[in-house]
Design a protein around this ligand. Sequence first.
Ligand code: C2E
Ligand code: CA
Ligand code: CA
Length: 894
Amino acid sequence: MPDRPRGEHPSTFVLTDPTEPDPAFDRIARVVQRQLGVPVALVSIVEQDRQAFPGLAGLGGWAGEARQTPLSHSFCQHVVRRRGPLLVRDARRDPLVSANAAVDDLGVAAYLGIPITGPGDVVLGSLCAIDTVPRDWSEAEVVAMEDLAAMCSVELSSRGPAPTTPPRTVRRRDHQQLRAMVDSLPAMVGYWDRDLRNVVANQAYVGWFGRTPAEIAGSHIRDLLGEEMFRLHEPHMRGALAGERQDFSRKVAEPGGRQRHLQATYVPDRDVAGEVVGFFVHVFDVSELTEALHFQDAVLAASPDLIYVIDLASGKITWVSGSLAENLGYAHDPVQQGSAQDYAAYLHPDDLDAIAEANAAARALADGETIRLRLRARHADGSYRWLLRRTTPFERDADGQVSKVLGVTRDVHESVELTERLEAAAVHDDLTGLPNRRLLTDRLVLALSRQAHSGRAVPVLYCDLDGFKRVNDTGGHRAGDSVLRTTARRIRSLLRPEDTVARVGGDEFVVVLEPTLRDPATPTGTDTDLIAAQEVAARIGRLVAEPVEADHREHFVTVSVGIALAQAGENPEQVLRNADAAMYQAKAHGKARTEVFDRALRDDALDRAHVESVLRSALRVTAALATPHAADIPASAEPTFWVEYQPVYDLDTHTLAGAEALARLMDGSGRIIPPDQFIPVAEETGLIGRLGRRVLDTACRDLASWHAALPARSDLRIAVNVSARQAAHEDLLSDVESALARHEVPPGCLTLELTESVLLEAGRSTMATLTSLRSRGVRISIDDFGTGYASLRYLAQLPVTGVKVDRSFIAGIPQDPMSVSIVRAVRGLARDLEIECVVEGIETALQLAAVPDGVLGQGYLLGRPMPAADLHELIAACAGRPGSRRAARPLSNR
Ligand code: C2E
Ligand code: CA
Ligand code: CA
């Protein structure tokens, strides 16, 4: 053994010569030998280039009873380096020691070493058990060794003073205490040395693998992880040993099969020289947290709300849950993290101040408090949508001020719109409590619709105070308000509960009188309604003229009243304008009086009654009488009803295709009443049923006679108009069937014309009727197409066979180039849908020239509506000789 300077080694302070047998350590070595049943046990002090054995128990002069070996033969150096236990189960297969000289030279096959410390808790060496055959080390054996090692430590510490400058070593506190502490940690913790041997591991850590800390102590990490997981984690181990902290997460199936999310951290451990000597392992089971995050993501994704965090200082969004894009129709998300600029650009400029204010106010919010703000964001279509934003504190700065807020924004567009409509509909005047103009209009509409079937007029009184300005000027606004309130009360007091009085302007009131129910004996008519209205107006005039006391003074006003008699179907605005005009007349005629709106109104009202009575008696007259020849018309002294026919031409072949039947009415004095006037009256009074049957029957009869007279033209068709009320009536089907049957007209020769709106509003039963008609071969055409908003594509889903482009489009030709395009478009669409297209209202040659190919044409240019006999002649004239378009024209001169 060469002499060596041992002055630097801490053991020098403790043992003068550690190779000298020490009875205390020898005894401990023997205890180990016996207790663990091993051939050799040593108390080893590890110095710079050798290990010395102050305690030794060996069989058969192990190592020649030498009390030292060079470090090349030392397993114990690893224990010192790691400052923790080392367990070797099979030295030849353990990469840490397989190359150690002791394996071959001394036959060391298994090894268990526990660190022992000297004064100042400096690790000086180890207590070790050695076997010459591979073996396992039980937990009990490890614990026993730890106890014995502790005894060695106590012994060593008692031998000498603590070194003044201890080298870097672990201070070994009470091992049991440390173990208990580490084991109590909920997280998995461990420490592996640079040879990947376990130094420390808590229960939670190794328990995961179904192992105990003692079992793992000193063993290679591969033993714990298993080959597969070891390979997976090895790069991180290498990274940690290269000095780089490792953070990674893994989804791992628990031995039970449950999927767990583990978050692992490897932290390099360095000695004083900065060299990495091992790494700490912390593993957290974050499964619950991960699941919670998944849940949160799902909730946020499913939520229609947009949730975000705003940094109040910068106004920037620092986190956002989802995409506003969906709500606002953008392909790209306008609200991106941290893009305060962009975000503002999507808000309504008028809202920016309010938003800034709300953000400023949010700084002082207490926890749990929220600020609600309604704002508008621009939709991709350019419109603004109402959003409701609620903000609540999210983060505070050092002095407790809110620094970030959580915002939850919800699309409330529909409800805001609704609220606004409701607000707009707030229907009462604050000062007088009377209905305002809006409610008045509603009531007027209602009153008019209630009278729709009685033909009664609704009296409307427009009342405007005279001298009100003077009250305001002399008595001030309080007096003015008081006069208005009193006037309101007085007018109200004169009316029945069902009547309405509304305040519609500063000093303007409108009264709507419900027509009185009278017994049938009293004469009905507009005159009685007017007289009643005038009586009410007079009483209002008298009562309003009474003095009003306000602030101990008497004020005087009078009232000018204009009366209008509103008729069903009239526009309420127009009615109010009429009454207003009458009121102005009252003012003009000296105030404090009443005027009635223009007699024409009364005439018109009388007209309706007239039309009704003409219609009733005309429909009573026999059908034979009701088809006069053109020449006979003026001669009739009776109210007369008949049917005329307007020819319809195929513009491509220039042949007559058929005719449209149009109802005609004349009163006893020979005045023609146009269908636009009598059809609505017929509808209102229910006479339409009888009228419709008459037209249908007449049209079928006439068509049958034309077919009979000109068998070559048995393809001629007849079109009959069907009004809304007719279409809705269940009799339509049987009426059509019986008319067809009676006159033996093939169903395909009859076209029913229904307007777009009738088809759109058709209920289930109307639809069913139309469908059965269609299935019987009757043709159905959409009349006046283009006047509503329906699309042809939609209408074509209904059982229709044709479309008639409204007159107004042809009327636009040639001034309006759009008209031609529209007609062409409808024609094209009709062709796609394989339905017929008729262009009606052709009045000029220019219009005819502009009509596209492939349509039927109708209009004054081609032929005016004419009596049946005239059409018969026309058919006879055209039959068999198709003309040119030109040839069609002279017909219009008839
Ligand atoms: P409509 O069904 O659109 O009938 C076409 C109307 O246009 C007819 O008016 C016809 O005389 C007129 N007309 C024809 N060619 C031209 C033209 O080139 N220029 C102009 N400006 N007008 C032309 P009429 O006969 O006054 O009928 C008006 C409406 O009364 C009809 O419109 C139809 O809706 C309704 N109507 C007529 N007869 C009946 C009927 O028997 N039953 C029902 N329910 N409604 C009918
Ligand atoms: Ca028509
Ligand atoms: Ca029409």
